[in-house]
Ligand binder design. Structure first.
Ligand code: NAD
Ligand code: MG
Length: 406
């Protein structure tokens, strides 16, 4: 992982200067948690740009609240309402995917990348190429194009700080100077709302039940991915790109209390772990203040009250998504990009009740098998290749869905 500079360690910069920050995906779950920390620490941050997909009113309200310079909505039809809501405030605005990419490269100390899905890849990569420090929540950047993304990081000297709670936990206990002595790292998983369901119960599970995550409050897509455990599969791929370890050193442990977020085991038998209440403001704050720390209102752990922490190995039969993700990681960039695209389509279909819960992983597997057989998952060497695989996977996914419907 690149962890070269930060504003606090830059001798040319006053330690008290506010952090100039832009947030992609400011209206989402991670974006809102980040804005909460910003609003609690108005002197610490200076907001450049905020972006959202469609919700112009919420975006404008947030931009006014934190005194942003610029606001961008991806959906061009929402431009007039954004402009209207910002009239007289002095906050400039724009719309469209290219305007999001332009917002991403405004000069800042840190960019919070919190768009969901492959849609965040182009703007986040544009910021990486400028050498920007990125607080990375948008794990799909690494799932879809991890090798390309990380080589751009190395080429520009950008710093990537992981927001994802498990990777942030590992980052906090990962001894860069002792990499040779690391035996494995473990990402914990809550197991989601269906951890104890039988296959028959999972088959008829509703979107409402799948969206009810036991511990975390998150966006719809990652909530469904947590229920299938595809999220943990993506996180294994994410860890593979963030931390210089072999694929067989990356482990997953189901831990229903979501208190231990990640662990690193060293050759002397020590296991270092990061613990905390399940509140994304803790890992987000760790990135915002890095390499220092800042106060958050996250609930403090009361281990005596919790009394018991439990761990179990994931069930490969009920949660096949983990196997699919590992296979895609081994296969490479094209397969991982197809995995993400197929998952985006299937999660949407499940939420629209066009696909049963178990159908999500089953159909993704068929999409990947078909694309492998037709030679569509040969290596992707550029972002253009990745976008072509993404588009092909969405096409095959829709074909598979229409086959199910008939
Ligand atoms: P969310 O659905 O709540 O928010 C997504 C944000 O992206 C919104 O601001 C939305 O307007 C924007 N967006 C969506 N599609 C877009 C498009 N096509 N163009 C531009 N903007 C678009 O999602 P979230 O839960 O905040 O997750 C964001 C990212 O962080 C995801 O990659 C997720 O995997 C990751 N993450 C989230 C959590 C969490 O607790 N929510 C934890 C770890 C990692
Ligand atoms: Mg996570």
């Amino acid at each position: 992982m690149a962890d070269t500079r930060s504003r606090q360690t830059d001798p040319g910069r006053a330690a008290t200067a506010p952090l100039r920050l832009s947030i992609l995906g400011a209206s989402g779950s991670i974006g809102t948690s980040t804005l909460d920390l910003v609003a609690r620490n108005p002197d610490r941050f200076d907001i450049s740009a905020l972006t959202a997909n469609t919700n112009a009113e919420a975006l404008a309200a947030a931009a006014i609240r934190v005194g942003a310079d610029h606001a961008v909505v991806a959906d061009e039809s929402a431009y007039e309402s954004l402009k209207g809501a910002l009239a007289g405030t002095g906050i400039s605005c724009a719309a469209g995917a290219s305007a999001i990419a332009e917002a991403a490269v405004r000069p800042v100390d840190m960019l919070v990348a919190a768009i969901v899905g492959a849609a965040g890849l182009a703007p986040t990569l544009a910021a990486v190429r400028q050498g920007t420090t990125i607080a990375l929540a948008n794990k799909e950047c690494l799932v879809c194009a991890g090798d390309l993304f990380m080589s751009a990081v190395r080429a520009s000297g950008a710093t990537i700080l992981p927001v994802d709670s498990e990777h942030n936990a590992v980052f906090q206990v990962f001894e860069q100077g002792n990499i040779e002595q690391i035996e494995c790292l473990t990402l914990t998983a809550s197991g989601g709302p269906f951890r104890t369901y039988t296959l028959d119960e999972m088959r008829v599970a509703t979107p409402e039940a799948a969206l009810k995550h036991p511990n975390w409050s998150m966006g719809a897509r990652i909530s469904i991915d947590s229920a299938t455990m595809m999220n943990k599969g993506f996180e294994i791929i994410e860890a593979h790109h963030l931390f210089p370890l072999r694929q067989d050193q990356l482990e997953v442990l189901v831990h229903p209390q979501s208190v231990v977020h990640g662990m690193v085991q060293y050759s002397d038998g020590s296991v270092l772990a990061q613990l905390g209440a399940p509140d994304m403001r803790t890992p987000i704050s760790h990135c915002l203040a890095w390499p220092r720390r800042m106060h958050t209102p996250a609930q403090r752990l009361d281990l005596a009250a919790l009394a018991t922490l439990t761990f179990e190995t994931p069930d490969p039969v009920r949660f096949p998504a983990l196997r699919l993700a590992r296979a895609a990681m081994t296969s490479g960039t094209a397969a991982s990009a197809a995995l993400n695209a197929a998952d985006e389509v299937m999660v949407k279909a499940f939420l629209e009740r066009k696909l049963g819960f178990l159908g999500i992983a089953e159909t993704i597997e068929r999409v990947l098998e078909r694309m492998t057989a037709s030679g569509d998952l040969n290596e992707a060497r550029s972002i253009v290749d990745v976008m072509a695989v993404d588009a092909a996977a969405r096409r095959v996914s829709l074909e598979e869905l229409s086959r199910i419907a008939h």
